[in-house]
Design a binder for this molecule. Structure first.
Ligand code: ZN
Length: 209
């Protein structure tokens, strides 16, 4: 456990393998985007079966926003978008939806602490998007994004081209700290099993590095 939510739900991290490459996978951060939950559950077994335990240490933060998941909302129980509450240079202080200040929410603090603890070589985070699916990256992750794209069929989108994302995890981790981060946006409403079928190979490939 790395923290607890506004409503007291635990935020859990589990680690697998012991290899030198450190990868942090975040199963979800927006409560109404549960399409990746099945993939998150399948990942440890697939990681072991692929023989990656000697190559990488995989830390899974299964759900960064379990209050939102329980309520079916994008935001946490305070009505804050966790993915706008990170201490990025582009944090927007004018929108109450983003929180009054960076890391004002326990959920964003838990993710922040996980990054500090893991010191990842790569962060991967699962989301979903209405009407289309794609892969976004921040920081020095272009080559990894292209590999992921080839194996999954998800097209690569430049961060700035689809939506402004002040205070996002991608802004903070990728742009400000220079850690490669891949943001997977699967089609909202797609079956969780289909999502896993689509991203499994690609995910294992980028974890391997
Ligand atoms: Zn999202």
């Amino acid at each position: 456990m790395i923290g607890s939510t506004v409503q007291g739900r635990p935020i859990r991290v589990r680690s697998f393998g012991h290899g030198p490459r450190r990868v942090l996978f975040i199963g979800g951060i927006h409560g109404d985007e549960a399409e990746g939950a099945y993939s998150t559950a399948q990942l440890p077994e697939a990681f072991a079966a692929a023989g990656l335990a000697d190559v990488a240490t995989l830390t899974i933060l299964e759900d960064a926003n379990p209050d939102g998941r329980a309520a079916g909302t994008r935001t946490n129980a305070n009505g804050v978008d966790i993915n706008r509450n990170f201490p990025a240079k582009n944090f927007d202080t004018t929108n109450p939806l983003y929180g009054s200040s960076p890391l004002s929410q326990p959920e964003s603090r838990a993710v922040y602490d996980a990054i500090d603890r893991v010191r990842p070589d790569l962060v991967v985070v699962a989301h979903s998007w209405v009407g289309r699916q794609f892969l976004n990256y921040d920081g020095p992750a272009r080559a990894l994004a292209e590999q992921f794209s080839t194996l999954s069929g998800l097209e690569v989108e430049e961060s700035t081209s689809f939506a402004p994302t002040p205070g996002s995890l991608g802004s903070y981790v990728g742009r400000d700290r220079g850690i490669p981060i891949l943001t997977i946006e699967v089609l909202k409403g797609s079956s969780p099993e289909a999502v896993w079928g689509k991203i499994r190979k690609a995910l294992l490939r980028v974890i391997e590095g």
